[in-house]
Design a protein around this ligand. Structure first.
Ligand code: HEM
Ligand code: 2DC
Length: 468
């Protein structure tokens, strides 16, 4: 017998009181840990109301499968009000990230062909490979200049530049030049704006931005400034390509996502601009932080690092210069990236408004409910991943027990649009790093994570990079 909705355990009766308790626990920075605690307290399903948003939270892979079967034809995730409010305030169009319904679907179908279709890897991989080569050349130079045959540093700033250079080269078909000695201050400003944008979003998940705007709150003003900086830089890049496209010079070289979309002429220029800006902004902190966590784990596991280096060497030799073939010969390295996203997922949760009634953990959940899969909590649940605290890329090689477990990029037609770019960019980065350097870490202290809309390291990760 299925039990009624109102019997689901949890705290959902007093949204305002829960918001106050949440705030007192420093919840804005600890959402991921609070979710873990809630699953420990209530079990594999709980209902929660913080402020104005009410949701059912689940953690098991089978329940994730039920959730995604009920997502409907126009899958809809939690709307990040801060992001839509900014666009409404400045009269800018929503891109694919923020659109819903038929408008979302028709844009997404066209973008899929240009951004996430496996066919595009042929075009993307050589561009991303070149950025990877430039990155290692830059690190070699830094090591040389140190005069110590090694470089000890917080690599995050270099990784942000690597990530922006990578996504920029794919979107615009040309290099932004972020890995040169002279850094364009506008590009650095763009990077800083993305970090500020994420940071100022998290409090506004619970306090309506419209209210903060009327109050003239600093968090809202900072948020507007951050997006203004993001859109300003993206507009400059887009204008630059748009202008060049009017010149008659044609070549058979891949022109990049933006030029392809403009020439295809199936989306309005405003829609193209909106989604390309989201892709550019979405392509920086996500991959760079994931790579930073991966280097951190490889530094803590030297034997694994050697094993991966050997896999890469073999793949390099056997693929005989065929880049796409090489990327098919690195299963352990791909496992390492999945393992990083298991322990350090970018997104704490995946969410959908379900479009039909379902039963989860024997509770009835009505159509229209916001259901969240606690991705961070699932990655650390010992009944889902045996010995969850251990970083073990090989666990992903046994594909038979991976059912609804590898969800770092989301699932289905609404999954991450940048997924192929992100995966290829990260794989090529690790290949080049492993071929050139050994990564080490000084002290064996656990780096904790904090929530700034995405999950990031709480303290800087200091690594030592040595040439092989
Ligand atoms: C959406 C994760 C990198 C652009 C998402 C979602 C997740 C995610 C979990 C929500 C999916 C869902 O609801 O099912 C990640 C991770 C990344 C990454 C883990 C890297 C490690 C990127 C990059 C780009 C990007 C590099 C841009 C080039 C987007 C966009 C969406 C999205 C545009 C919204 C898609 C839509 O609503 O249709 N991402 N992402 N992401 N991501 Fe990523
Ligand atoms: C944050 O409770 C926690 O990929 C909330 O590249 C629920 C929620 C909703 C949407 C999620 C967000 C969380 C985390 C960041 C995500 C976002 C959807 C897309 C975005 C996962 C889990 C991200 C980082 C995009 C961002 C692109 C943007 C900068 C233009």
């Amino acid at each position: 017998l299925v039990r009624p909705f109102h019997e689901i355990p949890g705290l959902w009766k007093n949204g305002a009181a829960n918001l106050y308790a949440f705030w007192k626990q420093d919840g804005f920075k600890n959402l991921h840990h609070i979710m873990v605690n809630n699953f420990n307290k209530f079990g594999p399903i709980y209902r929660e109301k913080i402020g104005y948003y009410d949701s059912v939270n689940i953690i098991k892979p089978v329940d994730a499968a039920t959730l995604f079967r009920a997502e409907g034809y126009y899958p809809k995730r939690l709307r990040v009000e801060a992001w839509t409010s900014y666009r409404d305030y400045r009269n800018r169009k929503y891109g694919v990230l923020l659109k819903d319904g038929e408008d979302w679907r028709s844009n997404r179908v066209i973008l899929n062909k240009e951004v996430i279709s496996p066919k595009m890897l042929e075009n993307f991989a050589p561009l991303l490979d070149e950025v990877g080569q430039d990155f290692v050349a830059r690190i070699h130079k830094k090591i040389e200049r140190s005069g110590q045959n090694k470089w000890t540093t917080d690599l995050s700033h270099e990784l942000f530049k690597y990530a922006l250079e990578s996504v920029g080269s794919v979107l615009y078909g040309e290099r932004l030049g972020l890995l040169l000695d002279y850094i364009d201050p506008e590009a650095q400003h763009f990077i800083d704006c993305i970090t500020l944008m994420f940071k100022t979003t998290s409090p506004m998940l619970y306090i309506p931005p419209a209210l903060l705007r009327t109050l003239g709150a600093k968090v809202w003003r900072d948020h507007v400034q951050a997006w203004d900086g993001i859109f300003g830089q993206a507009d400059r890049c887009i204008q630059n390509i748009y202008r060049k496209l009017k010149e008659p010079v044609q070549s058979d070289k891949y022109p990049g996502v933006l030029a392809s979309l403009l020439m295809l002429d199936k989306l309005s220029i405003e829609d193209i601009k909106a989604s390309v800006t989201e892709l550019m902004a979405g392509g920086v902190d996500t991959t760079s932080i994931t790579l930073l966590w991966t280097l951190y784990e490889l530094a803590r596991h030297p034997a694994l690092q050697e094993e991966l280096r050997a896999e890469v060497a073999t793949a390099r030799a056997q693929s005989q210069g065929d880049l796409l073939d090489m990327l098919k010969r690195i299963p352990l390295l791909k496992g390492a990236l999945k393992e990083t996203l298991r322990l350090h997922p970018v997104a704490v949760s995946l969410q959908r408004y379900i479009t039909e009634d379902i039963a989860i953990q024997n509770y009835h959940i009505p159509s229209g409910t916001l259901v969240q899969l606690g991705l961070f909590a699932m990655g650390r649940d010992p009944s889902v991943f045996p010995r969850p605290e251990q970083y073990q890329p090989s666990r992903w090689l046994r594909t038979e027990n991976n059912y609804f477990r590898s969800l770092g990029f989301g699932f289905g037609p609404r999954q991450c649009l940048g997924r192929r770019i992100a995966e290829t960019e990260m794989q090529l980065f690790l290949i080049h790093m492993l071929e050139n350097f050994r990564v080490e870490k000084q002290r064996h202290v656990e780096v904790r994570s904090t929530f700034q809309l995405i999950v990031i390291p709480e303290t800087p990760i200091i690594l030592t990079i040595k040439p092989l």
